[in-house]
Design a protein around this ligand. Structure first.
Ligand code: CAA
Length: 394
């Protein structure tokens, strides 16, 4: 049977972040609650001329510079931060990336889960035509009300993956475990710019979904918990993945200690601590984090849990390819995070207010040039969103 999975993966985040020491002081909160309790130190804040399209394009261009773009016959864009109710984010990115016009383009939504649905759909499409590849982009801006409990779990980022036959990073095993239920833990009505959240219930619901998905994965594939070497969870904040894994592991593993269970997840949480939540992109930025921060994964099983409030979840696993290290961008990724600019609290508020869309309502608006990224959102002309490619090289 043809092996299908992730052949290449790259991520991107804004060049700007807020250090949570600053937020802790302004919100009169113990910084340890952020650093240890939720496990986030810095949150990525998008510049006024960045959005899901620019971040997605900035992630995907890294892959496109090294592959045959004419073999990409589908672009799936997963997000819950849509910029249009009708036109898909995939179409905007398709032009910015100069993909072939024969390419299928569509956007997927189910909160943070849609990226995992996109990966599974991509694998099915490649199984039908193993000569072709599918580009999956997942890009989101996690935004909550100012002064709310969720404020410290904001963030932004995008991940791009090339799904193809004979993948050079992760062969995804057929079969997975899904779980869906109609719940009100986190949702965003069309008339709201920020989500409605029942924080405590969202945590309970996440853990219940992870357990149900694992049970269904085990039932459908016969996989044993102890055969998985490392786990990547959707990370709304880094301790969420750890908390769910420890609860799951205590039921499913044959006597692993808490320390052993933590070691199965910790390398995948390094980026989340520096970026915060990236909604649908989080589980796959966790995979990038694992690949960059763990040694010698070749031949090992890695499980991935995608979760979207509302709710839908899926657990699946894959085998890391022998030559995966040749595909990594570890130095580039570390530099992307370390070279970012820290912003002060007033700039944070300014960037936060900049995403208010009321100013677009007369149909024309010019966005200030702030991001140093390759792609930028330059404004609105006659109600159409305009994007610029600012540089030819990465
Ligand atoms: N030092 C160390 N730890 C501290 C501390 C201190 N001084 N003060 C508190 N803590 C710990 C708490 O004990 C707690 O840890 P445990 O859960 O292990 O006990 C942790 O820090 C958080 O403290 P609280 O529960 O008091 O925090 P909160 O209620 O103010 O907010 C939150 C936490 C509910 C997650 C909130 O950030 C939120 O609403 N976030 C958005 C929703 C969310 O991310 N939900 C996750 C599941 S849903 C999902 O995954 C989809 C998605 O992407 C949104």
């Amino acid at each position: 049977m043809t092996r299908i999975g992730i052949d290449d993966i790259a991520f991107y985040t804004s060049n700007f972040y807020l250090d949570l020491h600053i937020l802790a002081e302004k919100r009169n909160t113990d910084h340890d609650k952020y650093a240890s309790g939720i496990g986030i130190e810095k949150i990525g804040i998008p510049a006024p001329d960045e959005d899901i399209i620019t971040m997605g394009a900035n992630a995907a261009i890294q892959i496109l510079e090294q592959c045959d773009r004419h073999k990409i016959d589908t672009l799936l864009f997963a997000t819950e931060s849509s910029v249009d109710q009708s036109k898909s984010a995939a179409v905007f990115v398709h032009r910015l990336l100069d993909l072939p016009s024969e390419c299928r383009t569509v956007e997927l939504k189910q909160a943070c889960y849609s990226s995992t649905a996109a990966v599974q759909i991509a694998c099915a499409l490649v199984a039908r035509n193993p000569e072709k590849s599918v580009l999956v982009i997942s890009s989101d801006i996690a935004r909550y009300d100012l002064e709310s409990a969720g404020e410290a779990t904001q963030g932004c980022g995008a991940v791009a993956m090339l799904i193809k036959a004979d993948p050079r990073i992760l062969s995804i095993e057929p079969g997975s475990g899904c779980y869906s239920a109609d719940t009100w833990d986190f949702w965003r009505p069309n008339y709201c710019s920020n989500p409605k959240v029942d924080g405590k219930f969202s945590i309970i619901n996440y853990i219940r979904t992870a357990k149900e998905c694992w049970k269904n994965l085990a039932k459908n594939t016969g996989v044993d918990f102890n055969s998985i070497y490392r786990f990547c969870y959707h990370l709304p904040f880094s301790t969420m993945g750890l908390k769910a894994h420890i609860k799951l592991g205590k039921e499913m593993s044959a006597g692993k200690t808490q320390q052993e269970l933590e070691a199965q997840v910790l390398p995948s949480t390094v980026c989340c601590r520096q970026i915060g939540n990236c909604y649908s992109a989080s589980a796959y930025i966790a995979l990038c984090s694992l690949l960059d921060n763990e040694q010698d994964l070749a031949g090992k099983n890695v499980a991935i849990f995608g979760y979207g409030s509302g709710c839908a979840g899926e657990f699946y696993y894959g085998v890391v390819s022998d030559s995966y290290q040749k595909m990594l961008r570890t130095d580039h990724n570390k530099k992307l995070l370390s070279a970012r600019e820290a912003i002060d609290f007033s700039t944070y508020l300014e960037f936060y207010q900049a995403s208010d869309t009321k100013k677009y309502q007369d149909g024309n608006y010019t966005t200030p040039a702030v991001t140093p990224g390759m792609f930028r959102f330059s404004g609105i002309r006659n109600h159409a969103r305009m994007y610029d490619r600012c540089a030819d090289d990465l």
